[in-house]
Design a protein. Structure first.
Length: 348
């Protein structure tokens, strides 16, 4: 269907040729918008290039580019978003994901009505590919619009991004003004970029609907050390944001400390869980503790720190059985700390 705002959809592809046709179809079947699609095959060895070229031959709204050598995902993303996209709005959609019916119309309606919003997102439905595709929710129950600074404060308090990525529609002019994904953050560039958007513009969320499907596929063999790697990479994303744009962010030091505190708490809690689940062989407890201390100077005052202290004294053998007692000890320390602060403040 023709008519409506123009949307440029970039679909990077590496070894996902088997998913590519369904992904492109989910874009071309969007109503109420004018879509153009760029499939960029990053030198896949699985025949993805042939699928991309076939799709381009079948529909003149689709263009295919094939790299002669692998350039990596960050360069591929930026090629599409910064060098090619010319629609009023843009989407980056992985070749293994899908847009939900009506997603682009719902998002562009919000962006058209609120020019101060830089990007809009909604719920991304996680879907295990061996299961039938679940029916999407398509009737919005409302829209939340945050001032960019408020959204940034929320994200710093969480210590991670609330955006998956396939459910996002951005204003192309804002994307091209603030730049694309940072190559120095290969695993958390999206976290930094959404926060960068929030420094420049407001953020909107469509409630009650599924905007995209995030496909879960393949067997993954992981160990607990992955958590530490993820923490370090998220820390790098927050540090990059505040280093480059701190002067433009009201209360930047406070927000940076807020993010550091949350990451420290998460690291400490990850170490605590290793004792509860008896996963000492696969969890780098000492490294998590060191990360927590290095990230947040007040780590030793956090309840998770004292929770870890008691677990280390008891040991992994007894921790699962004595957990209620340890929690009580931590709670007593929290109450004592709060009492002392209240006494100092009120001068009792």
């Amino acid at each position: 269907m023709t008519g409506g705002p123009s949307v440029s959809v970039v679909i990077p592809c590496y070894r996902y040729g088997r998913y590519l046709r369904d992904c492109v179809r989910s874009v071309l079947e969007q109503d109420g918008v004018e879509v153009r699609v760029l499939v960029i095959d990053d030198a896949s060895p699985d025949g993805s290039a042939g699928v991309a070229r076939a799709l381009a031959a079948e529909d003149d709204r689709v263009e295919a580019r094939v790299h002669d050598r692998n350039r990596g995902h960050i360069a591929t993303y930026n090629e599409g978003l910064l060098d090619w996209a010319e629609g009023r709005y843009s989407v980056l959609l992985s070749a293994d994901d899908l847009l939900a019916p009506g997603a682009l119309r719902r998002a562009t309606d919000v962006l058209e009505a609120h020019p101060e919003v830089g990007f809009v997102y909604g719920h991304s439905r996680y879907w295990v590919e061996t299961d039938p595709l679940p029916a999407p929710r398509v009737e919005p129950t409302g829209t939340t619009i945050w001032p960019g600074g408020e959204w940034l404060r929320i994200v710093c308090g969480l210590g991670h991004s609330v955006v998956t990525s396939p459910e996002v529609v951005v204003r192309t002019s804002v994307q091209q003004r603030i730049g694309g994904y940072l190559p120095e953050l290969p695993h958390t560039a999206d976290v930094e970029m959404w926060m960068r958007f929030a420094v420049d513009s407001d953020v909107a969320y469509i409630k009650g609907v599924d905007q995209a499907y995030y496909r879960i596929h393949g067997a993954q063999m992981t160990v607990e050390r992955v958590h530490l790697v993820d923490l370090r990479q998220r820390k790098a994303a927050f540090d990059a944001l505040f280093a480059a744009r701190g002067a433009r962010i009201p209360g930047a030091r406070r927000l940076a400390a807020r993010a550091d505190k949350r990451l420290s708490k998460e690291a400490l809690w990850g170490a605590c869980r290793a004792y509860e689940r008896r996963r000492m062989e696969t969890t780098p407890v000492d490294d998590l503790l060191e990360f927590a201390r290095a990230t947040y100077p007040g780590a030793h005052r956090l309840p998770e720190y004292w929770g870890l202290h008691w677990r280390r004294r008891v040991g992994p053998g007894l921790t699962p059985y004595l957990q209620p007692l340890m929690l009580s000890a931590v709670h007593r320390r929290i109450r004592k700390t709060l009492w002392w602060r209240r006494w100092a403040r009120e001068g009792v």
